[in-house]
Every structure is written in C-alpha cells, then in structure tokens.
Design a protein around this ligand. Structure first.
Ligand code: PXG
Length: 288
C-alpha cells in the first residue's frame, strides 16, 4: 500500500508523521471518510466541500485547492490499483511546538490513505442491527459544532466502547437535552406513519453525506424527510429505523434499547432504500 503524505507517495510502513504534529498532540485537524465504488469516488465534491468548511471552522488554511485534493485522492486510488475501497483524507494543523497554540504550526500535514473498511459484519445488512443508548452524551454544538469532522473522536469512541461493553455494536448518543443526536459514526433515521425523520445538526448530528443521499432517495420515493428532534421514545415507537454513513452505507436497525423496531425485521421501506443506494453508488461518482 502506498500512502499520500504531503505530496509524496510513500510505502505504508514509511508513512509517518512527527510526534510534534498537532494532529497527534491535540487531535487538531480534520478528516473525511470517502468511498470508491467501481472506479468512481462517491460524492467526492461534497466530501471536499465539507472538508473546506471544517477547515474554515477551525481556522486552518488548506494548503491545496479542491481540484488538487480531488486529483490527489484519485491518484492515491490509482497508485494502489484500487477500484473499490475506503479513502481516509486527513489534514492536521502540522508540526509545531508543545502547547496548544497553533502559531508555530507552519504547514498542515495532508495524508490520504486508500484501503478497505467494513464497519459492520455482512449479516447485519440482512438481519438488521440491535443498538442501545449509552450514558456518554454528544458534545454540545456550543462546544464543538457537530458539522466539523474533526480528528477529535474521543466522545464517540467512549460511546462506542460503552455499547461494546454490554454486547452491542453501535450506540445511540443523546445530547445534553436528552434528544437523540446520532450514532457514533452514523446518522439515524426513523419511519413513523409515512414520515421519514432524521435528527437536525442542532441536536448534535453531523451533516452526513450519506444522510443527504438518503434524503434524495426519499424524495425519489415521494417521501418527505423531516429534520426533527427525536426522543428515545420516538425511536422505540418507530415502524422502521436505519443508520446512514460512508462506512456503514445504509444499515437496518431492528432493535433499540431492547424494544423491537416494527416486527423486529428490516422494514420494506428500509430495504428499498438499501437497494436504491446500491444502484446509485457507482454511477454518481468521479472516475479515478
Ligand atoms: N456522524 C458521525 C459522527 C460520523 O463520523 C456520520 C455521522 C455519517 O456521515 P457521512 O458523511 O459519512 O454519511 C459520520 C461519518 C470510521 C468512519 O472510520 C466514520 C465515518 C465515516 C467513514 C468512516 O469509523 N463517519
């Protein structure tokens, strides 16, 4: 495997960053997780736009234009002979001094890794996932806007660990007001009485790119998507539920906090979402 590191392609074992990089010292940086399907990078422009907005939010000047980044992403896929895979693009504040101030960080570090990821085992896409609410709350949007996809994932990692400690693969994170924010790396949708509802960014949800794809699929199916605060009770009462994310794609949820969703099997609407999603992925991307 060859990794893109500040303009060079270096073998995996030699792809190293300094211990003085503020990405390592403080999680000071941003990232995107992107998918390659059949030689096409899915929603590349949308991912790069979100990266630019994350950079702006944390006052980091990206050292490359959108087109340069797009070309670097595609070239990393080509260098690795990939036609399907997972791309991790990250930009850190760069090498600096000890101390929080980014003033000494002159050049951001840009890394692109193109490899493979499977978030949930295959059978869960057919049988559905059982998820549970965990004690760790989503960081308040006032503390760190959830739209910023930062390198600081401890909040979500703690939630993931709490779910795993009690035998679940995925966690529902609530916000400080007790409303549902999202899962640890996925947005959440429910279907209730012909309404498809997902949580707003003001509740602590990331503006997910797969979430937008799901909203487009919904409008193709003449189903309106609403962004609304959801309670745990809303999830327990849902007829269908699914999660969306670049890594997870669209995955059905069949149990929430020990309560069956619908009849405890992936719902029909969810199944058609999965089907439609699959038919979109290789036709809507940028050819590498
Ligand atoms: N919420 C959070 C907190 C995320 O990190 C999503 C929602 C879904 O957003 P997208 O744009 O991907 O539809 C994410 C995305 C990983 C991994 O390595 C995590 C994500 C994406 C890709 C890989 O676990 N999270």
């Amino acid at each position: 495997m060859k990794v893109y590191l500040n303009g060079d392609f270096v073998p995996k074992d030699e792809a190293r960053v300094s211990v003085f990089d503020h990405g390592v010292l403080y999680g000071d940086g941003i990232f995107e997780g992107i998918r390659l399907y059949d030689g096409c990078v899915f929603k590349l422009d949308e991912h790069l736009e979100r990266l630019e907005l994350s950079a702006k939010a944390i006052l980091l000047d990206l050292p490359m234009s959108r087109e340069e980044l797009a070309e670097a992403v595609c070239e990393t896929c080509r260098q690795n002979g990939l036609s399907n895979g997972y791309i991790r693009l990250l930009v850190t504040r760069g090498v600096g001094h000890l101390g929080l101030s980014p003033r000494g960080c002159e050049t951001p570090t840009v890394v692109i890794i193109a490899g493979d990821i499977q978030l949930y085992p295959k059978e869960y896409y057919e049988e559905g996932l059982k998820i549970i609410t965990v004690p760790t709350r989503r960081i308040s949007p006032a503390a760190l806007p959830p739209m910023v996809k930062s390198l600081n994932y401890l909040n979500n990692i703690l939630a993931k660990i709490e779910a795993q400690q009690v035998g679940f693969l995925e966690a529902i994170m609530l916000n400080d007001d007790g409303f549902v924010a999202e899962c640890t790396g996925d947005n959440i949708f429910i279907l209730f009485k012909d309404r498809l509802i997902t949580t707003p960014t003001s509740s602590g949800a990331l503006r997910g790119i797969t979430r937008d794809v799901a909203c487009n699929i919904a409008s193709e199916m003449e189903l309106a998507t609403e962004m609304e605060n959801l309670t745990r009770y809303d999830l327990w009462s849902a007829e269908e539920c699914f999660l969306t994310g670049t890594a997870a794609e669209i995955i059905p949820v069949v149990e929430v906090d020990g309560r069956k969703v619908g009849n405890g099997k992936p719902g029909d609407v969810t199944k058609s979402f999965l089907k439609r999603f699959k038919s979109k992925v290789s036709v809507e991307g940028r050819k590498i």
